[in-house]
Write a protein that binds this ligand. Sequence first.
Ligand SMILES: [Fe+2]
Ligand SMILES: [Fe+2]
Length: 186
Amino acid sequence: MTARREPLEIGAREPRPEDFLSPIDFILAEHYRQRLLCEGLTKLTENMELAPVAALATQLQRFLDRDLRLHMEDEEQDLFPLLWQRAQPEDNISDILDLLSEEHGLDQDLVDFLLADLAVLAGGAQLANPIRFLVNVREFAETQRRHLAWENALLLPVARRRLTEVDLAGLARSMAARRGIDLAGR
Ligand SMILES: [Fe+2]
Ligand SMILES: [Fe+2]
């Protein structure tokens, strides 16, 4: 792996049915892509210059409006409810589940701000407040990195330990259906 990786080469490719054989691994792979993207965005905004970020406006729109939105739905609608159902008191994750759910809501507010500005940039127009946009990009990258690190360290191990085969099959079906893939009968 080279040090100079273009941050947005990481946009998720079209998923295939076999990607959902292990839905937890799918989530982990999404987190890996998100982390590379956020590291890239942090580097890209180091000098607070608009041009390098503006050049990626369309790809960023796609990531935020599709990949990340689907990922948050996977977690909020499928993974977290299963964890609430299956985690044992000794797993000690109820506080972190509450906190991460709250962050999903806050993230969505920030994402909405970013998408409004990205739509302006993608349309070739000038931003009224480019500094605010760049600050929001940095804030997004930093909060996402922390958020997904917590999910990897604290939630996914519990999911691997506690979710049953039936849970995992249901999780896989639901995540695949969210992306237009029907796993029924597989
Ligand atoms: Fe999350
Ligand atoms: Fe996540």
